[in-house]
Design a protein around this ligand. Structure first.
Ligand code: BES
Ligand code: ZN
Ligand code: ZN
Length: 509
């Protein structure tokens, strides 16, 4: 999907279809919609008069131009109520339109920039939302559908080019900037979706590390892999305890984006990267175990975010660390009751080998600190309990720092994503006290608070560094598509991490 801006007139533009819009309650179309209405001899006004379109959100009507315009078709889309219209509405609308136009003879779509003519909305941000929606809405995971990929009339369906047509030349540079950002944000999200949707036999730690390396090379980022032997030398006994049962070698990787001189990082993005989570010796039930191919979504998210950061270049030093391993049962696997030592010297009693995400994150966070992280965000499909608490509507946020938490809340809001903060009262620390080691990796039986317990565990390795933990286990796998949200991997948390990098730059740009 290519998105671009062109100066011109919707009635004279070459495209397979032209998209115009209508707010609820408008009886006389204005702006670009009005110009198209005039060219069509009042056909849109008549649609309104006859009650065939009211401008409600989700409504569409298609007209044939019969030679009165260059493009053969016009689609009028409803924008809903003006007072409810925002950037997320633009994103959702655009994604839905791109999906609806998945037809054999529609390849080039010309459109108004929805919202750009309304007071209160910034044209650049409208264009950004359009591009994000178009790119995210065009996402499909067809890599393993051999039949679709061979059938031109099936697999290759879909809009190829979206042109934002603008009459006012003075607005073009703003729109261009928005389109560039939105495209990078959408493509980063789609990369994360691809990685998260890929089955575990096609995405081992080795393969995922290679994919990250490609992203780093293309974006001019530093890249480093710690092999198991390197991790051992660094004392990453917690991370390695998870890898013990697997035949696939574990990898801890680092990607660095450093526009400013100096060794410190303004922010470290740390991802859980379990390429398959069987639970280990504390093995999971068979039903739905396949979903655990997505237990590397946190790592996929930080890799996606780094791709967009490399493209958009905030003035912020950003480190990404991804802890990649399978969690398998075997004769060499870690056993419940085993005690291991993390990189910072803390001892951990592993009472459930299925609580492995926190074990890999413990050492990943220690490494991020050693590398000079001034702040840390970790992102992980950490607990089933977060789905019980929040469902698939929002993801959980836990923190030791109000300021960083509210920065991330606003980065999420900018993306149209919802986060909800869970408390970190000191009373919860009791739940991870161990009889034999410094801490245990699960909470005390029947005391609940599973999601918070996971965060409390990670906090022990973070120490005083400002930190936010995002538990995305509830939103990693969506049951249906809706607006910019795709079925399967959602790619949530990617765009907020990119916005966060911008928000943390000293100049805010
Ligand atoms: N990867 C799972 C969490 C998960 C569950 C992600 C469902 C996505 C969907 C994690 O490693 C896990 O198994 N957590 C356990 C922790 C428990 C043993 C303390 C859980 O949530 O049951
Ligand atoms: Zn697990
Ligand atoms: Zn897991």
């Amino acid at each position: 999907m290519q998105v671009r801006v062109q100066v011109g007139d919707l009635t004279a533009i070459e495209a397979d279809i032209v998209i115009v819009n209508l707010f609820e309650g408008v009886t006389t179309p204005g702006g670009g919609t009005g110009a198209v209405d005039n060219a069509l001899g009042g056909a849109i006004s008549r649609l309104i008069e006859m009650g065939d379109i009211k401008g409600k959100s989700g409504e569409t009507a298609t007209l044939y131009t019969d030679g009165r315009m260059t493009a053969p078709r016009v689609m009028v889309v409803g924008l809903g109520k003006r007072e409810e219209f925002d950037y997320d509405a633009i994103r959702n609308l655009q994604a839905n339109v791109i999906r609806a136009l998945r037809k054999p003879r529609i390849k080039t779509v010309a459109t108004l920039t929805h919202g750009a003519g309304i007071g209160g909305l910034d044209p650049k941000l409208c264009a950004r939302a359009m591009a994000e929606g178009a790119v995210m809405g065009s996402y499909r995971f067809t890599q393993f559908k051999a039949s679709e990929n061979q059938d031109e009339n099936n697999g290759n369906l879909g809009v190829e080019t979206l042109v934002l047509v603008e009459a006012d030349e003075a607005k073009v540079s703003q729109l261009d900037e928005g389109v560039e950002q939105g495209t990078a944000l959408g493509e980063a999200t789609n990369l994360t979706r691809d990685l998260a949707n890929t089955p575990a036999n096609h995405l081992t730690p080795t393969i995922l590390a290679d994919r990250a390396r490609q992203v780093a090379e293309r974006g001019g980022l530093e890249f480093e892999v710690l092999e198991e032997e390197d991790a051992r030398q660094k004392g990453m006994g917690s991370f390695l305890s998870v890898a013990r049962g697997s035949a696939e070698p574990a990898k801890m990787i680092r990607m660095s984006y450093r526009p400013r001189p100096g060794d410190d990082y303004d922010i470290a993005l740390v991802g859980k990267g379990i390429t398959f989570d069987t639970g280990g010796i504390s093995i999971k039930p068979s039903a739905n175990m396949d979903a655990m191919k997505a237990d590397m979504t946190g790592s996929a998210s930080v890799i996606g975010a780094m791709q967009a950061i490399a493209a958009l270049k905030p003035n912020t030093n950003v480190l990404a660390v991804a802890a990649l391993t399978e969690n398998m049962p075997s004769g060499t696997a870690t056993k419940p009751g085993d005690v291991v030592t993390a990189m910072n010297g803390k001892t951990i009693e592993i009472l459930n080998t299925d609580a492995e995400g926190r074990l890999v994150l413990a050492d990943a966070v220690c490494w991020a600190k050693e590398l000079g992280a001034k702040r840390i965000v970790d992102v992980a499909t950490l607990t089933g309990a977060v789905t019980t608490a929040l469902g698939d509507v929002c993801y959980g946020l836990m923190t030791n720092n109000d300021e960083l938490a509210s920065t991330i809340e606003s980065a999420a809001a900018t993306s149209g994503e919802k986060v909800w903060r869970l408390p970190m009262y000191k009373e919860y620390d009791e739940l991870i006290k161990s009889d034999v080691a410094d801490i245990k990796n699960i909470g005390t039986a029947n005391k609940g608070a599973g999601t918070i317990v996971g965060a409390k565990f990670i906090e022990r390795f973070v120490g005083d560094t400002p930190w936010v933990h995002l538990d995305i286990a509830g939103v990693d796998n969506m049951s249906s598509e809706k607006g910019w949200i795709s079925k399967g991997a959602s790619g949530m948390s990617v765009r907020p991490m990119v916005h966060l990098a911008f928000l943390l730059s000293p100049s805010g740009s």
